[in-house]
Design a protein around this ligand. Structure first.
Ligand SMILES: Nc1ncnc2c1ncn2[C@@H]1O[C@H](COP(=O)(O)OP(=O)(O)O)[C@@H](O)[C@H]1O
Ligand SMILES: [Mg+2]
Length: 314
């Protein structure tokens, strides 16, 4: 294990409000790490401290061993940061935009030309290089933003809600781009309150809530830890409470909840095997319950997240 980022007893308050509350975790070199949590959980505050834009009240962050407090310049050199909203200098062309940021990093003009060619190819914007930034769609602007934060060849990308506001197709494209960037050997830390696809992309996920790390691990580890039960969803035409009482008395049934979302349905936490699931259904049928739907919920991140954050999802 080779941590490239280390959060140590990190805390930040805004007046009485604790935004980040004693965070402790490490990100390994080459990981794609997803920091996931509802709005207001402390994701942006954590990232702003990491990229040295905000000073912690307590604790430390080390980036490749450099302290954000005492070696801020060394830290900045290694990080490309894309904030959740950023100005775009819309009246420049795509090429000029990247050239401008290259100049900011004091990259020589002849080098910049090659670099920009490579970056535009990477983010698949070569065909738009002479178009005004303003004319790009949100998804393309986001890709340009990723090219921009790569311009000084940082080892670490920190992206605050890169998928926010994108349509599903653009979201898939961003995901593919991030995988490609990761293949170049970069470490990626990104935040999201949107859970679709995070699991497929990330090597590990940290779930943050009220400034605290509620869970940390691979998706499989989180699922097993937070959802030790299998979950079965049963749709009924009627008699939900009666079915609840019957199921609750069966072996391996931990809990049965009646769902009230317009349709009549039960959610069963079940610790048995497939045979046991068959028995549940057989018993319901034998007793004449009007079952219209019976399925096992997969242990997806959304479910883990909902469980961890007790439903406080925006
Ligand atoms: N500059 C600030 N001044 C006061 N409160 C802030 C400031 N920035 C963030 N907060 C508060 O800190 C908490 C965490 O915010 P933030 O880190 O932006 O969460 P997230 O990015 O997960 O949505 C929220 O309650 C937010 O209102
Ligand atoms: Mg935020």
């Amino acid at each position: 294990m080779n941590p490239i980022i280390e959060f140590k007893n990190l805390s930040k308050r805004f007046k009485q409000r604790v935004a980040v509350n004693n965070l402790n975790f490490k990100i390994e070199d080459g990981e794609i790490f997803g920091l996931v949590g509802p709005n207001g959980a402390g994701k942006t505050t954590t990232m702003r401290m990491l990229v040295t834009l905000l000073k912690p009240d307590e604790g430390e962050i080390y980036v490749s061993g450099y302290s954000i407090r005492s070696r801020a310049n060394d830290v900045r050199r290694q990080i490309g940061f894309m904030p959740d909203s950023f100005g775009m200098y819309g009246d420049m062309t795509v090429q000029e935009y990247l050239d401008f940021f290259g100049a900011c990093y004091k990259i020589q003009p002849n080098q910049r030309t090659h670099l920009i060619d490579d970056l535009l190819e990477l983010v698949d914007l070569g065909h738009r290089r002479n178009d005004m930034v303003d004319t790009l769609s949100t998804g393309l602007k986001q890709r340009l933003g990723i090219a921009r934060v790569l311009i000084h060849d940082p080892g670490i990308l920190v992206l605050d809600e890169p998928a926010s506001g994108l349509d599903p197709r653009a979201r898939v494209e961003i995901r593919e781009l991030l995988l490609e960037v990761a293949r170049l050997g970069k470490t990626i830390l990104f935040s999201s309150h949107i859970l679709a696809d995070v699991g497929e992309l990330c090597s590990r996920v940290g779930i943050i809530e009220d400034g605290k790390l509620a869970a940390l691990g691979t998706l499989e580890q989180l699922s097993a830890h937070i959802m030790p039960h299998r979950q079965i969803h049963i749709g009924l035409l009627s008699r939900a409470e009666e079915a609840q009482i019957m199921l609750q008395a069966m072996p391996d049934v931990a809990e049965v909840r009646v769902l009230e979302n317009g349709r009549i349905a039960l959610e069963v936490d079940f610790s048995g095997d497939d045979e046991g699931i068959h028995h549940l259904l057989a018993k319901l049928m034998a007793q004449g319950f009007p079952v219209i739907h019976f399925s096992e919920e997969s242990n997806n991140l959304e479910a883990v997240f909902m469980r961890t954050t007790k439903g406080i999802v925006s």
